[in-house]
Design a protein. Sequence first.
Length: 140
Amino acid sequence: MVAAMKAKEAVRLASLRAIKAAIMLAKTAEGATGEVTDQDIEKIIRKLVKQRKESAQQYTDAGRPELAENELAEAGFMEVYLPKQLSEAEVEAELVKIIAEVGASQPSDMGKVMGTATKRLAGLAEGRLISTLVKKLLSR
């Protein structure tokens, strides 16, 4: 945060402050232990990135590209702190393995596949992408 302040990078500073605020909120939330694990922080940052992207989409739909640009810039700074996402081809290859393990062969087996896939690919791919690819693979 200090480096962002010294460099007068307002968007980066806003991103870091949002992350810090969300972590502090998680630590002091009702029922919280005061400890936040790395996995919790990763989930928090993912949630913040998703919020920024959804806001950017809404701003774009409303004809406010300058506001959408700011939201996307913040999301970009936040994504630096997340592990690299798998490509669509890598996710599809992993899903083929999971489908074979579970023994799924028809679209009605989607629940079994999704349960295993979301656990194994947590943090490596978005749920929407996983769901879309599972539907595609099971409908073949």
